[in-house]
Design a binder for this molecule. Structure first.
Ligand code: FEO
Length: 170
């Protein structure tokens, strides 16, 4: 069994990760509609990764004798005003999620829950990568997004992203 507060935070994080998946699916849907299928593909895969994050936390709770409670997932709340606004929102969202992961880590540390800290180590690293990916994408858009030919090539590049299962196995 886990500390009650830790279990609650992990439970909440399942919802946040599923919300992230839902949000990125919304981004993907937007780009497909705009004819930018590569960007659409990139965010579709991002959505799949977020679902994986939720599943990993759910499994961790189950492995520790905790039954997660699945709550309603909010409607995506980002107002999309341009191609670039999505990328900015994506970066901001990842920074927000990093903060959530750090909060759980801090709580685990305060009750000497070393097992949960070790579990979260993967997420801490993953958030670093996700923020970096979002920043890189934004930078590329800023460099090339205004030129149709360059945008076409960038879109093609993003279309090559393929899904791979998370490296963490529980
Ligand atoms: Fe699961 Fe992108 O945070």
């Amino acid at each position: 069994m886990l500390d009650e507060n830790i279990a609650g935070l992990l439970n909440q994080q399942i919802n946040k990760e599923l919300y992230s998946a839902y949000l990125y699916l919304d981004f993907s849907n937007y780009y497909y509609d705009e004819g930018l299928d590569g960007f659409g593909n990139w965010y579709k895969i991002q959505a799949e990764e977020e679902r994986d994050h939720a599943m990993l936390i759910l499994k961790y709770m189950q492995n520790n004798g905790e039954k997660a409670v699945l709550e309603a997932i909010d409607k995506p709340n980002v107002e999309i005003t341009s191609h670039k606004s999505v990328l900015l929102a994506g970066l901001k969202h990842e920074q927000f999620v990093t903060g959530l992961i750090h909060t759980i880590y801090e709580a685990a540390h305060s009750v000497k829950d070393f097992r949960t800290m070790q579990f979260l180590d993967w997420f801490v690293k993953e958030q670093g990568e996700e923020e970096n990916n979002a920043e890189t994408l934004l930078k590329k858009y800023e460099l090339f997004g205004d030129d149709p030919k360059s945008l076409y090539m960038l879109d093609n590049e993003l279309g090559t992203r393929v899904y791979s299962a998370p490296s963490l196995v529980l």
